[in-house]
Design a binder for this molecule. Structure first.
Ligand code: ADP
Ligand code: ASP
Ligand code: MG
Length: 406
């Protein structure tokens, strides 16, 4: 007997027929004698709709009320799956984050899980009851509903698997594993049988939406065995594992992209100590994460331009924050561009090989694609380019690094 956490994403629970199909997958694990906890996303498209309601109602919204609204999609699917399981003769009930409780910090809209009180879940699981847990939501220290950031049900799943000491955490989605790049961008993408936590973490953090970044961080820390697989087929999926379990280390294991960032440039800020702190401090205080940063060389030793990227969803708040600091920062102009994309190549093999970045720059140059900003880590190179070239860049790089399948 094993204890398993299963997670089903939005497309897997997109309607009542899909939820019935999910119930059969849960039943298969129960019939095999396993203890099963399930966590679910909202129906596909539902969370986007709820976010739109909020932003239409109030552009600089109260994040606590945002969470009240956007968490509601998961309440519906959890209740429906419990009903579908009961109709199959399986003992099951739904759990909202606050009922467990699944405790988080107070950062509404992107809260971190702090502790899951598993006592009651353990009792129910040992009785053979299936626990159906609404994903994406928790309870903050202010006793209000929090949400875990977009794609957060992956993190609900891994956190539950860690807290319940589950043998496996199976992430069911609409692709049958993690690919060398988003299979929607190129049919030449190939399924990866095993990927290291570290590579998966980089891939997720630069935009591969197949897993939420925090879920991978947590899986790596808690050593949770994560498997990504399809809710539509019985193909073997991708295992996320420790580096020593991967025999063949590729130079580059994947290409990722993100269209979720915007570029901001502060033109003519004084070139003096403290200016970066003056810009990025207030943004951090507003809960805005800045990603790529470049500071231009000053032409006159007096002023410089500072360019950086941040999530598009935070752009309006970032502009408001920077405008409120104008008298202190004394910039001449504030420009922003939402038509940008970040394209990244990832691979643990990069640690020991030079020339990976160079191949990226040459490949993009041959396609006439201009690089606006560059950032690197030990196992990743990212570039910011005009959004219209995203597909072209991803496909060209996939070919250039020898990742194309048949
Ligand atoms: P879910 O609703 O199940 O959470 P998501 O839409 O969040 O599903 O994640 C699955 C999607 O991730 C796929 O449909 C695919 O388009 C996208 N994706 C991006 N990069 C990759 C990749 N490297 N491998 C597999 N899927 C990827
Ligand atoms: N429903 C939430 C979202 O769309 C959480 C998730 O699907 O993981 O972001
Ligand atoms: Mg997802």
């Amino acid at each position: 007997m094993a204890r398993i956490v299963q997670k089903f994403g939005g497309t897997s629970v997109a309607n009542t027929d899909r939820i019935k199909a999910v119930a059969l997958r849960v039943k298969a694990e129960v019939d095999a004698g396993n203890e099963v906890a399930v966590t679910l996303s909202a129906m596909a498209g539902e969370t986007n709709k709820l976010v739109e309601y909020v932003t239409t109602m109030s552009s600089l919204y109260d994040a606590r009320e945002y969470d009240t609204v956007v968490s509601s999609g998961e309440q519906v699917t959890a209740g429906l799956l419990a009903l579908a399981l009961q109709d199959l003769g399986i003992s099951a009930r739904s759990w909202m984050g606050w009922q467990i409780p699944l405790r988080t910090d107070d950062v509404h809209g992107k809260a971190r899980i702090e502790k899951i009180e598993t006592g009651e879940l353990e009792v129910r699981l040992s009785r053979g009851e299936v626990c159906v847990i609404a994903g994406f939501q928790g309870l903050g220290p202010d006793n209000r509903i929090t949400t875990l950031g977009r794609g957060g049900t992956d993190t609900s799943a891994v956190a539950l698997a860690a807290a319940l000491k589950a043998d496996r955490c199976d992430i069911y989605t609409d692709v049958d594993g993690v690919y060398t790049t988003d299979p929607r961008i190129t049919p030449k993408a190939q399924k990866i049988e095993k990927i290291t936590y570290e590579e998966m973490l980089e891939m997720a953090s630069v935009g591969a939406k197949v897993l939420q970044t925090r879920s991978v961080e947590l899986a790596m820390k808690e050593k949770v065995r994560v498997q990504v697989l399809s809710s539509y087929s019985d193909e073997p999926g991708t295992l996320v594992v420790d580096e020593d379990e991967v025999v063949e280390k590729e130079l580059v294991s994947g290409i990722a992209y993100s269209r979720d960032e915007a570029k901001v440039t502060l033109v003519g800020v004084p070139d003096q100590p403290g200016i970066a702190a003056g810009i990025f401090g207030p943004l951090a205080d507003s809960g805005i994460n800045v990603d790529m940063i470049v500071q231009n060389i000053s032409q006159d030793n007096k002023s410089t331009d500072m360019t950086f990227t941040l999530p598009k969803a935070d752009l309006e708040r970032a502009v408001a924050t920077l405008e409120s600091k104008h008298s202190h920062l004394e910039y001449k102009d504030l420009r922003f561009d939402e038509n940008v994309a970040k394209v990244s190549v990832i691979g643990v093999g990069m640690r020991s090989h030079a020339g990976v970045a160079q191949r990226m720059f040459t490949t993009l140059a041959e396609k006439g694609i201009n690089i606006q900003v560059i950032s690197t880590s030990e196992i990743k190179v990212s570039v910011l380019i005009a959004e219209e070239y995203t597909e072209l860049a991803v496909r060209a790089l996939h070919t250039a690094y020898g990742l194309d399948g048949d």
